[in-house]
Design a protein around this ligand. Sequence first.
Ligand code: PLP
Ligand code: TYF
Length: 394
Amino acid sequence: MLEALKAQPQDKILQLIQMFKDDPRTDKIDLGVGVYKDATGLTPVMRAIKAAEKKIWETQDTKTYTALTGEPGYNMAMRKLILGDAVAADRLSSIATPGGTGAVRLGVDLAKMFNPGATVWVSRPTWGNHISIIKFVGLPVAEYRYFNAESGEVDFAAVKADLGQVKPGDVVLLHGCCHNPTGANLTLDQWQEVIAILKDRQAFPMVDLAYQGFGDGLDQDAAPTRMIAQAFPELLIAASCSKNFGVYRDRAGVLVAVSADAAQAEITQGNLSFLNRQTYSFPPDHGIRAVMTVLDDPALEADWKEELEVTRSGMLGLRAQLAEELRRATNTDRFDFVARHRGMFSLLGLTEAQVMRLREEFGIYMVSDSRINIAGLNAATVPVLARAVAEVIR
Ligand code: PLP
Ligand code: TYF
């Protein structure tokens, strides 16, 4: 029977990890997978997470099951981190999930349960897993144009035109901050316009928040999500702790639902717990508990925020330096958008052939769509990248 299976396409981002490892050149540069790296190329365990793990190791006296929702304290802490007090607490329900991917998957599962006729709209381009997960769950995917490759900015006229085609009850997936892969983001005024269109279309918003704290700050990055939560009676938020807590492999995420009122929130909660149970019973606990421990301890929380801020401002510094070096190397302002983008990524707007030349001739690895991970750079490699880009676009 297994011969009935077809070969599956590989994830082009994850493939890059192995290709980079296999490259024997010592001066190679990895700008591929979206993992934060410090100036020495390490993806550190954050200090507060390390301290929380120690605390857990010292005090944990059982590993019995917690709850289908995952540790309730984690759910409460994440709701607060994401939404602040934008929504009345009794309208919220949530489950811990294995990473942000788990939250996206179960969010789309839930969408299919409440509206089997929904189309799910994603930005073009978007994170590849969005499209493959939606299709795998069995809902149709539609795309709204998002990016102007010429300017490196959001093509806002196209966003508005395409979201104007959304049908009532369709799900619209929005990157809450730090758009992956482009790095280009809406202004708060543009978010207000998008909200007005989606309300008018009676759309159901689903926010993917995978980089809170990597753009303009924790609250600033959550601002669009909070605006959406205040504007709509119902929405879903799929959030990840992989990046902002650095707990990638431990798999910590959360799926938050905002319901119209407290009675509905209870039913929604039951459905979220049901989805966890159907999929894997209990979500993983280790990373989730470490995150909760950090957020529940004022000293650890302050230290986490401090380290996250260093991470964020480091990436901003690299952006400014890269924009400057690209200006110098190419003698144009074509790449000035790099400094305006936010988060880990920028889509450089190179052709696939140019990306291949960077890989083969210069040992510089980026995704074939020309997405770079800013955190893969350091002060010494920024000019190297700038000169190589100038060379391949000549
Ligand atoms: N959503 C987006 C847009 C992402 O870039 C990522 C990638 O890390 C995720 C969700 C989920 O990440 P994870 O499952 O590792 O938490
Ligand atoms: O876009 C990225 O690089 C991150 C990491 O299947 C990632 O979101 C990439 C691919 C994937 C899972 C995570």
